[in-house]
Design a protein around this ligand. Structure first.
Ligand SMILES: *[C@@H]1O[C@H](CO)[C@@H](O)[C@H](O)[C@H]1NC(C)=O
Ligand SMILES: *[C@@H]1O[C@H](CO)[C@@H](O)[C@H](O)[C@H]1NC(C)=O
Ligand SMILES: *[C@@H]1O[C@H](CO)[C@@H](O)[C@H](O)[C@H]1NC(C)=O
Ligand SMILES: *[C@@H]1O[C@H](CO)[C@@H](O)[C@H](O)[C@H]1NC(C)=O
Ligand SMILES: *[C@@H]1O[C@H](CO)[C@@H](O)[C@H](O)[C@H]1NC(C)=O
Length: 470
């Protein structure tokens, strides 16, 4: 966990006694935090005319601050401090070798003036926006083609004020796809940590086409009825570590993606080498971790560990469809604690939801090597619903050491399996025939890789920050 310690706040009011002169207070504020890189240069949003009164629009101040600080990229980098206050802002872009740091009582308030949100092209691996076919409103905090960028704080808040967007979405009044809170594209060495994200208009955190990404210590909150408020969506990313996050949302807590139908197949950029650990999720209508449904660039080597879900629809879910192509393979989930679930295991081969009508019906997804072990669940309506695709069975499914306590009003048959192949060991209640029990010694049989991934070697340094106002 990131430690952000406020060391000193000294306020010295220096009053010159002859009364003729009254010098301004001098405030020295400093603290420490953990980050992939520390910075040589510092500034506060206040230095760029920012006003934290909850009313003044600060978009220009933020963009000017980042533009100004970008000059230090090759000189040790820069950090921008956002003090306590309510900072109303539209979207702004980040730069390389840069840290955005939010004080614990800082709130970035996203502007609710839809007309002030710039529109950008759909992602090439999707071909379309999610809410509407054309462009997308750019995310509140956006970065592209960056190296070494950090967004962090002492659990400071980013408030998407999503209510207005959700209403527009429900009324089908949106011309473009809703914005996310944080999107980082085509970037390398990224940290998003120690923040509280509330009421995003749509998905919260979206690293896409990026590598060496750490997402840590986020508290993400949205009403469980809010539309598409996914927590964290690693999308066509390599080497990503998502850990110690607490998410309550209206969609999947973590949704792993890699492009949609013919657009994703063509772009061909997988998500691989992904760690998700120590996740706590509440999402009554969605999954703790979803793989797909957009997975056309492929998803490989995902390691989920120490997952707690409460009142969540399913655990680690796979969603795909004819026309997606791509693959989901070498998936490992170990140590899941689940309370009040509709399905512990849910794999869906007929998810549908196509980008358009031009998808290739011969583009079948390959789903293989899906390993679940050490799962305890209680108050479950149905143990599993595993549905492959006719003529394209999902293979190498392994479940071991699984104990599922069924709810009082559980379905009569806890397992439903079609077009899948696999094995089980030490699974209660007894699985479907397509997952034959392997006997006494099989309780620890499903794989979980022992060797670590490169992203686990990415270390955080202790950085400090000091500020003087005169
Ligand atoms: C932010 O980046 C996007 C995408 O590159 C661009 O369209 C937009 O103009 C940038 N905004 C500013 C204020 O530079
Ligand atoms: C950003 O990187 C992508 C992928 O390498 C490249 O296609 C694109 O042209 C770059 N954009 C800019 C503005 O440099
Ligand atoms: C941030 O929130 C987390 C989770 O509630 C907590 O464990 C951590 O101590 C907080 N950090 C700070 C600096 O307040
Ligand atoms: C089975 O899972 C539980 C936790 O769910 C764990 O404590 C135990 O060590 C596991 N047993 C084996 C044989 O792996
Ligand atoms: C069990 O799950 C049902 C919903 O299926 C829920 O209404 C009930 O409160 C849960 N019971 C407990 C003890 O969590």
């Amino acid at each position: 966990m990131i430690k952000a310690i406020k060391l000193v706040v000294v306020v010295l009011g220096v009053l010159i006694l002859n009364g003729a002169e009254c010098r301004k207070a001098r405030i020295l504020e400093s603290f420490e935090y953990s980050a992939i890189s520390c910075r040589s240069h510092s500034a506060s949003i206040v230095d760029f005319g920012g006003v934290g009164d909850g009313k003044t629009l600060n978009t220009k101040a933020f963009q000017e601050a980042v533009n100004h600080l970008s000059q230090y990229a090759s000189d040790g980098g820069a950090q921008l401090f956002v003090p306590a206050g309510k900072w109303l802002t539209g979207s702004f872009n980040l730069t390389s070798h840069f840290t955005l740091y939010l004080h614990k009582d800082a709130v970035l308030l996203a502007s609710q003036d839809i007309n002030s949100w710039p529109v950008v092209d759909p992602l090439p691996s999707y071909g379309h926006g999610r809410d509407a076919p054309g462009g997308r409103y750019i995310s509140l905090i956006f970065g592209t083609n960056l190296t070494d960028v950090v967004v962090t704080g002492e659990n400071g808040t980013i408030d998407g004020q999503g209510d207005l967007w959700w209403q527009q979405f429900h009324k089908k009044k949106l011309k473009y796809t809703r914005p996310y809170l944080i999107e980082i594209m085509h970037s390398d060495t990224v940290q998003i940590s120690s923040l509280t994200l509330v009421n995003s208009p749509s998905c919260n955190v979206h690293p896409v086409y990026s590598s060496n990404v750490i997402i840590q210590g986020l508290t993400i909150l949205a009403p469980v009825t809010s539309p598409n408020t996914d927590g964290i969506n690693p999308d066509s990313c390599t080497n990503t570590r998502i850990e110690d996050n607490y998410i309550v949302s209206g969609d999947d807590c973590v949704a792993v993606k890699s492009g949609w139908d013919e657009y994703g197949i063509k772009y061909n950029m997988p998500t691989k080498q992904l760690i998700i650990r120590r996740l706590t999720c509440i999402s009554p209508d969605s999954a703790a971790i979803a793989l797909g449904s957009e997975m056309s660039g492929g998803i490989q080597d995902v390691r989920a560990q120490d997952i707690t879900a409460i009142n969540t629809e399913s655990g680690v879910r796979i969603k795909t469809a004819v026309g997606r192509g791509g693959y989901v393979k070498d998936i490992y989930a170990k140590g899941m604690n689940l309370h009040t679930m509709k399905w512990v295991f849910w794999i869906t081969g007929n998810y549908g939801s196509h980008a358009d009508n031009h998808y290739d019906p011969k583009a079948l997804p390959e789903i293989k090597g899906i390993n679940y072990r050490d799962v305890v669940a209680e108050n479950v309506s149905m143990a599993a619903r595993l549905e492959g695709i006719a003529g394209d069975p999902f293979t190498g499914i392994c479940m071991s050491n699984v104990t599922i306590g069924m709810a009082k009003k559980a379905k009569k048959y806890p397992w439903s399996c079609t077009d899948i192949e696999g094995i089980s060991g030490g699974v209660v209640p007894q699985p479907c025939e397509l997952l034959p029990e392997q006997g006494e010694k099989s309780v620890g049989m499903c794989d979980f890789p022992a060797e670590s991934l490169p992203v686990e070697a990415m270390e955080l340094k202790t950085c400090s920050y000091g500020l003087n106002y005169f």
